[in-house]
Design a binder for this molecule. Structure first.
Ligand SMILES: C[S@@+](CC[C@H](N)C(=O)[O-])C[C@H]1O[C@@H](n2cnc3c(N)ncnc32)[C@H](O)[C@@H]1O
Length: 262
């Protein structure tokens, strides 16, 4: 489990999650003195990006259901001298008193919550009235060529379940469904923008090695031989077409960015 979290933080965070964190912070800038919550914080990409801004929050809290992701979050934050607390919790059952936070961020995780309204209602409970939130959620698979190539390669070399796990990253693509969930949970001033970031990695093969197995719930490539793994990586890279130039990969990643007030 920690293996995946380490690879996630080393390979995927710099390429994908840090740029999205910067986008969220651009839209809802953190402020001095705020109590800040990073929901489904993973290895702490958003929290570390907040710390890099130089802002001096009253507190920084990351919550995630994965102990493995939190272990990496805690270690990396400590190494960077960031004073944050890391809490193992389901987004639908946050162990914080009512009205604890001034602002919350939730990056690329809403699509995985089994009951989104329950999680958003729980988030609103722990936010102060009027607090700001910023979320991002990948849009449809056909708008995200990296994930399409990943799902296709896994379908061919591993099977349905592995490919479906990647497709699920994109299964909350309907902005109306997202808006409804925030509305039912009681948020207001809901704004949803479709944003395309141009992302890149200088070494597509290194990205494939680090990212394709994925999942803290089990490496999708675990049952392949080394040859099989390499064939899967080659399928992924050729599936990218002109987005792979033989060395680097450059790809758009499209997400809905949601901002709202509690
Ligand atoms: C794609 S990662 C994003 C992590 C982090 N926000 C980032 O930007 O790197 C999705 C995260 O959601 C977490 N997660 C999924 N379902 C959850 C739930 N019901 N409650 C809390 N965390 C959850 C996973 O453990 C994982 O760390």
């Amino acid at each position: 489990m920690t293996d995946f979290a380490e690879r996630y933080d080393a390979v995927m965070v710099p390429v994908i999650f840090r740029p999205w964190a910067q986008e969220l912070l651009r839209r809802v800038p953190p402020q001095d003195g705020q109590a800040i919550l990073d929901v489904a914080c993973g290895t702490g990409a958003v929290t570390r990006t907040i710390a890099e801004t130089g802002v001096r929050p009253a507190s920084l809290t990351g919550a995630d259901m994965s102990a493995g992701m939190l272990a990496v979050a805690s270690r990396k934050a400590a190494q960077a001298g960031i004073d944050a607390r890391w809490v193992e919790a389901d987004a639908a059952a946050l162990p914080f008193p009512d009205h604890s936070f001034d602002v919350a961020y939730c990056q690329q995780a809403l699509q995985f919550f089994p009951d989104r309204v329950a999680a958003l209602t729980e988030l609103r409970r722990v936010l102060k009235p009027g607090a700001s939130v910023a979320f991002c959620v990948s849009t449809a698979l056909h708008e995200n060529p990296l994930l399409t190539a990943q799902a296709d390669a896994l379908q061919m070399h591993v099977g349905d379940a592995a490919a479906q796990a990647v497709r699920n990253i994109c299964h909350l693509s309907d902005a109306g469904e997202v808006r409804d969930a925030f509305t039912v949970a009681g948020f207001h001033d809901i704004s949803i923008d479709k944003v395309s970031l141009k992302l890149s990695h200088p070494d597509g093969r290194a990205y494939a090695e680090g990212a394709l197995g994925g999942m803290h719930t089990g490496d999708k490539l675990a049952r392949l031989s080394e040859d099989g793994r390499q064939r899967c990586f080659e399928s992924f890279l050729s599936g990218l077409g002109p987005l792979f130039d033989g060395k680097a990969i450059r790809f758009p990643h499209v997400s809905h960015v949601i901002t709202a007030h509690a």
